[in-house]
Design a protein around this ligand. Structure first.
Ligand code: HEM
Length: 143
């Protein structure tokens, strides 16, 4: 009888542990803001590679549209690490979006030199945003 009880406990523990782990991982890594950031990350990576190539400006404009939509949605959220810093975070996101608008205008004007400089500025804004508002151990992720 005792062995049966022990076995049952072991089986229950084995069933519960992985789901608890999965839930912890989800809570830690996935936020609405994080999802917007991830989508922005994919577009920004590609944009950095092709921003100086004028033959790709039409595609670059679609990438900028993604960054614009995702950053507008991200600006409505609060940073998970320090939600009380939301007003400062939102102000910084507003400045970021203003740079994205300038980038869109430069691409529409066919000014790839100005566009490349603005992409660099967006990279600096990203670094500052992450230093100020992103939980330090999350910075290890490629962002
Ligand atoms: C080109 C610009 C940017 C890119 C490509 C980018 C990308 C990313 C990525 C890939 C993550 C990890 C998402 C995850 O946890 O799955 C992240 C997280 C985060 N980013 Fe950005 N980011 C950018 C700009 C910014 C700016 C300007 C700010 C603040 C003003 C910011 C604030 C944050 C915060 C607070 C997090 C942590 C998520 C949370 O608190 O829920 N990011 N970002």
């Amino acid at each position: 009888m005792k062995i049966r009880t022990l076995l049952l406990s072991l089986i229950c523990a084995a069933a519960v542990v992985p789901s608890v782990r999965a839930a912890e991982g989800k809570d830690k890594d996935e936020t609405v803001l994080g999802n917007h950031m991830d989508k922005m990350g994919g577009a920004f990576r590609k944009l950095k590679r092709q921003i100086s190539d004028a033959t790709k400006n039409a595609d670059s404009l679609t990438l900028v549209a993604t960054i614009k939509a995702e950053s507008a949605a991200a600006a409505k959220e609060k940073p998970a690490w320090h939600p009380e810093d939301a007003p400062k975070y939102q102000a910084q996101m507003k400045d970021f979006i203003a740079l994205v608008d300038k980038l869109e205008a430069a691409l529409k004007a066919g000014d790839n030199a100005a566009a490349a400089k603005l992409v660099e500025d967006l990279g600096f804004a990203q670094k500052k945003g992450h230093t100020d508002f992103k939980k330090p151990d999350e910075k290890k992720k490629k962002a």
